[in-house]
Write a protein that binds this ligand. Structure first.
Ligand code: NAG
Ligand code: NAG
Ligand code: NAG
Ligand code: NAG
Length: 392
């Protein structure tokens, strides 16, 4: 080797060393911070000190959850976090307290507030919700329960390859957030579990949900007031109540929902497929610019449904009409089987009829024959082959 080459190698080596010292994130390993991977010892303190360490770090930080089960109580993850590059890398399982009366009075378990630049990668969150479901199903006096993972007023969030098991209440909630990307999410809870929505989005913009599989007892994805620029692609849903925009219009003054794309989704044995649901009462809310595209229905009870007469217990709405204006909703390339005779049901508001509803290339069958369609106060167009015949 010439001395020239030698010098060059040495310089390269020093540069790499320098780069690593500067760029290498600080790591907070739960076990090094005293946590026990036995699923029983309370590891909340270790988790919180990892969070505080990461937040206080000026360099990008990694919170590492090794293999094993770590019991963590309800935690508030927010406050003064000055780091906008935090990666929570999970190889193991975070376990909620089995006694639902402990976490159940808080509305969430892993509760992120006002954070910017948090990524969660891999791992399992075990909400241990079965006890609470049993309590609710038995009609006892039970706490509402805690949502497993919530992001409130946060931005630039990524969740990838995460599994959420048996949440007490909603699995993942995105509330008041911007720029959220979720991919490769698995959500698993019994089809009979109450109020266990998979992913709930509200008052948020630019949220993307990709390549995910959701099996649960309520909506796979629920989209509430104030959601704009939502993109859902390659999701398999079932069991569950489908992908639902709503319920909307419960309040007189309410933010609308717009620019929602739901594409390449399979619904298997769900109660609904693509649903828009509003209360039958006055409201300033609206729904517009929605696309449902490339959807497969397998034995779905209400494959395409707009219901503007939602009025549980017939309380505070009979005789009134939904104020939510629904317009510009496209259903394109929708095919498969309905579990009931009526596969397309657009039951819109008498005061605010649905406008610009478009059906393109729809083929939904019931018992091997064309299913039926039912429209009230709905206007729009049909193009390409549409089965059942459009009632717009
Ligand atoms: C939770 O709330 C219920 C009803 O509000 C109350 O009876 C119970 O003591 C609370 N449990 C805890 C652990 O705070
Ligand atoms: C939307 O969010 C993604 C990250 O998920 C980001 O790259 C993109 O710039 C955001 N778009 C807008 C318009 O803010
Ligand atoms: C609709 O939302 C998508 C992201 O989901 C975004 O890329 C697009 O620019 C938005 N379109 C409009 C018209 O705002
Ligand atoms: C509609 O779907 C059914 C069941 O998959 C199929 O038998 C039928 O040929 C389709 N109709 C058209 C016109 O493609």
């Amino acid at each position: 080797m010439s001395s020239n080459t030698c010098t060059m190698l040495l310089v390269a080596f020093l540069l790499i060393l320098l780069k690593n010292t500067i760029a290498k994130p600080v790591t907070f390993d739960l076990i090094e911070l005293g946590a026990k991977p036995d699923g029983e010892t309370d590891s909340t303190e270790s988790f919180l000190s990892a969070w505080t360490g990461a937040c206080d770090s000026v360099k990008s930080a990694v919170i590492y959850v090794p293999r094993g089960r770590f019991l963590v109580q309800r935690v508030y993850l927010g406050g003064k976090c000055r780091n906008n590059k935090i990666l929570i890398r999970i190889d193991g399982v975070l376990v909620a307290p089995a006694d639902f009366r402990v976490a159940g009075n808080a509305s969430n378990w892993l509760d992120f507030h006002g954070v910017d630049g948090v990524t969660i990668s891999g791992g399992i969150l075990d909400g241990q919700g079965t006890g609470l479901w049993d309590c609710k199903l038995a009609g006892e006096n039970c706490p509402v329960g805690a949502a497993t993972l919530t992001f409130t007023n946060s931005k630039n969030i990524v969740v990838s390859g995460l599994t959420s098991l048996n949440s007490q209440l909603f699995h993942i909630v995105v509330n008041g957030c911007q720029n959220v990307k979720m991919k490769g999410i698995k959500i698993l809870a019994s089809g009979k579990s109450p109020n266990t929505d998979g992913i709930h989005v509200q008052f948020s913009s630019n949220v993307t949900i990709l390549n995910s599989k959701i099996s649960t007892g309520d909506d796979c994805i629920s989209i509430s007031a104030g959601t704009t620029d939502l993109w859902i692609e390659k999701v398999v849903c079932g069991p569950g109540h489908g992908i639902s925009i709503g319920s909307l219009g419960r309040d007189l003054t309410e933010a609308g929902v717009q620019n929602v794309t739901v594409k390449t989704v399979t619904f298997k044995g769900t109660t609904n497929g693509a649903r828009i649901k509003t209360w039958g009462r006055p409201s300033s809310g609206f729904v517009r610019n929605v696309l449902f595209q490339h959807i497969t229905m397998i034995n779905v009870q209400n494959p395409l449904i707009i219901d503007q007469n939602y009025c549980p217990y017939n309380k505070d709405c009979p005789g009134q009409f939904s104020g939510v204006k629904i317009r510009d909703v496209t259903y394109e390339d929708i095919h498969g089987t309905s579990a009931t005779a009526v596969a397309v049901k657009f039951d819109c508001s008498k005061m605010n009829p649905c406008d610009d509803i478009r059906l393109e290339k729809v083929n939904l069958t019931y018992k091997n024959e064309a299913a039926a369609a039912y429209c009230v106060n709905a206007a729009g167009t049909a193009s390409g082959m549409v089965v059942p015949t459009s009632c717009l």
